[in-house]
Design a protein around this ligand. Structure first.
Ligand code: GDP
Ligand code: MG
Length: 177
């Protein structure tokens, strides 16, 4: 259509990765539908959700992919990563083992991507300050060392969720435009 001819249509694939139960599905449901589920249910059927934002007066759509629980078996397939230009690597600030896994997720993302990927390290569940197991400083330092954006979020109380996704989407837009 005329939009495409004018080169003003943007659709970016973004993947969410990280250990099981860090809050990946809830970050996406909070961002795309403003919903939160206390009881984690396996994602059934839906592979991704599309969310639009406006940048420079242009409609930019992000197709955001969520795993269906395969990460539990370390079995996220290459199809999941294919074509991704953005990634959120999520850990749970109350569970150090999930922070220790970040390097492995970064390696996997690198292995499967053949282009520049805008990456955000996300320390989720920042509402759980009383049982914090990873300091803000550690998150920041790792992000700096790996060249990632960094943000602590809470899918539960909505802290920084929109911000985390939108920073990644803006960076992708900057990379391609
Ligand atoms: P996933 O396996 O990474 O997709 O994680 P889920 O989104 O299924 O969440 C796992 C569990 O953590 C669920 O019981 C959620 O309710 C809970 N959860 C997710 N995000 C948050 C958060 O920001 N704060 C708190 N306190 N719990 C969260
Ligand atoms: Mg999930």
């Amino acid at each position: 259509d005329s939009d495409e001819e004018a080169g003003e249509e943007y659709l970016f694939k973004v993947v969410i990765i990280g250990d099981s139960a860090v809050g990946k599905s809830n970050l996406l449901s909070r961002y795309a539908r403003n919903e939160f589920n206390m009881n984690s249910k396996a994602t059934i059927g839906v592979e991704f959700q599309t969310q639009s934002m406006d940048i420079d007066g242009k409609e930019v759509k992000a197709q955001i992919w969520d795993t269906a629980g395969q990460e539990r078996f370390r079995a996220v397939t290459s199809a999941y990563y294919r074509g991704a230009v953005g990634g959120l690597i999520v850990y749970d600030i109350s569970r150090r083992s999930t922070f220790d896994s970040v390097g492995r997720w970064l390696d996997e993302l690198k292995t499967h991507s053949d282009t520049t990927v805008a990456k955000m390290l996300v320390g989720n569940k920042c509402d759980l300050e009383n049982i914090r197991d990873v300091s803000v400083e550690e998150g920041k330092n790792l992000a700096e060392a790996e060249g990632l954006f960094f943000m602590e979020t809470s899918a539960l109380d909505s802290t920084n969720v929109i911000m985390a996704f939108e920073i990644v989407i803006r960076e992708i837009y900057n990379n391609v435009s």
